[in-house]
Design a protein around this ligand. Structure first.
Ligand SMILES: C[S@@+](CC[C@H](N)C(=O)[O-])C[C@H]1O[C@@H](n2cnc3c(N)ncnc32)[C@H](O)[C@@H]1O
Length: 351
């Protein structure tokens, strides 16, 4: 919609331009990771995170009855730290390592370059779409991937639904504008009655599309998708969209192309999308619980046995960030969606 003084842009389009504009989008032109960057992800906090994931992958492969070949796919690999450590750890499990074909699906050419520099493993293949995967069981890993996808927001006011968009003026700061929509049409696109008992919705078309492709592979070739991300398990969806710069929340409109734009995932919604795509919800827990069940504390104890006090403190300081409820232990959730015939609960066992 256009007039003389302003134009209106869908929130998803605004986020997409801000993060993924080919020339100067946030993820296309800078390295946002680390203490000196804008945010830090679990694999960049402690090496144990990715080591634990490697052990989990080997166990899943064993549950799949140790196929001679399987695809391990990281979606959105950031600076490559996670898959790099996973690959190093797999060396301790030679049969699994031999069976493993590694793929990275990465949108940003800038980050792809960084990944290629870091990962000195000839078996890694970078792909632009999932059709490139070989016909073997697939294990997909998505750490802080889905929260980086553009979303649309919908708000209910006096029983009517509105789409929240951005009004861009000439020579004035942009602002939000709510425009009436038919929520039934949106629900038809999503495939589920998502507005029932809700007053606010955050929906990513990109997420729905990629879920379809991943699910198709899992249904056809067997395997699963492990999602680790910032999110909540309340039934009601909420407004969680925010900009992040230098580890702080900022206004993402005035920091256009200069900050990360992220949202917290509704894990109830993710589960529904998984079920819609005929996957099984094999496990759902918090990051702290998952890592502890996988033995991250015991691993730290073994490694730190003969280290100096300072080195030990550093290990436990980092570990605490991952597992403590005050930090990432509770607000980060882990969801495992699998082929219906899989029976695998490692890391998700209830006490
Ligand atoms: C927040 S980072 C997470 C990085 C990494 N997984 C980690 O834990 O450090 C999101 C990553 O997803 C990538 N990405 C975003 N949209 C994508 C898409 N549609 N396909 C592939 N990669 C995408 C970004 O370029 C970035 O590498």
């Amino acid at each position: 919609m256009k007039s003389k003084n302003f134009s209106v842009l869908g929130l998803d389009k605004f986020i997409h331009q801000s993060l993924y504009d080919k020339k100067d989008g946030y993820y296309m032109s800078s390295n946002p990771f680390g203490k000196k960057g804008d945010f830090i992800t679990s694999p960049n906090i402690s090496i144990f995170f990715s080591e634990i994931l490697a052990v989990w992958i080997v166990s899943f492969w064993e549950t799949l009855k140790k196929p001679k070949k399987f695809n391990l796919i990281e979606i959105g690999a950031g600076n490559g730290e996670m898959i790099n450590t996973i690959l190093k750890t797999l060396k301790n499990f030679p049969s699994a390592e031999k069976a493993c074909r590694i793929f990275i699906l990465e949108k940003s050419p800038y980050l792809k370059k960084m990944q290629k520099k870091k990962i000195k493993n000839k078996n890694v293949v970078w792909i632009n779409n999932l059709n490139k995967l070989k016909s073997s069981p697939c294990i997909f890993l998505a750490n802080e991937f889905f929260d980086a996808l553009p979303i649309k927001q919908f708000v209910k006011k006096k029983n009517l639904w509105f789409e929240r968009k951005i009004k861009i003026y000439k020579g004035r700061n942009p602002e939000f504008i709510d425009i009436k929509v038919s929520i039934k049409k949106i629900e038809k696109l999503v495939g589920i009655n998502v507005s029932k008992n809700q007053n606010f919705l955050e929906i990513s078309k990109d997420m729905i599309d990629i879920f379809k492709l991943i699910s198709k592979k899992i249904r056809k070739y067997n395997g699963g998708l492990l999602i680790i991300d910032y999110g909540y398990s309340d039934i009601k969806m909420k407004n969680t969209l925010r900009g992040i710069k230098r580890h702080k929340i900022v206004n993402f409109i005035s920091n256009y192309k200069k900050c990360d734009i992220t949202h917290s995932l509704s894990f109830e919604f993710l589960k529904k999308i998984g079920l819609l795509n005929k996957l099984k919800v094999s496990g759902m827990t918090s990051q702290g619980s998952f890592l502890k069940k996988m033995g991250i504390l015991e691993r730290a104890e073994i490694v730190s046995k003969n280290l100096s006090f300072m080195e030990k403190s550093n290990i436990y300081y980092r570990l605490n960030k991952l597992v403590d409820k005050k930090f990432m232990g509770e607000v980060f959730k882990v969801l495992l969606l699998t082929n219906k015939k899989i029976n695998f609960k490692l890391g998700f066992e209830t006490d």
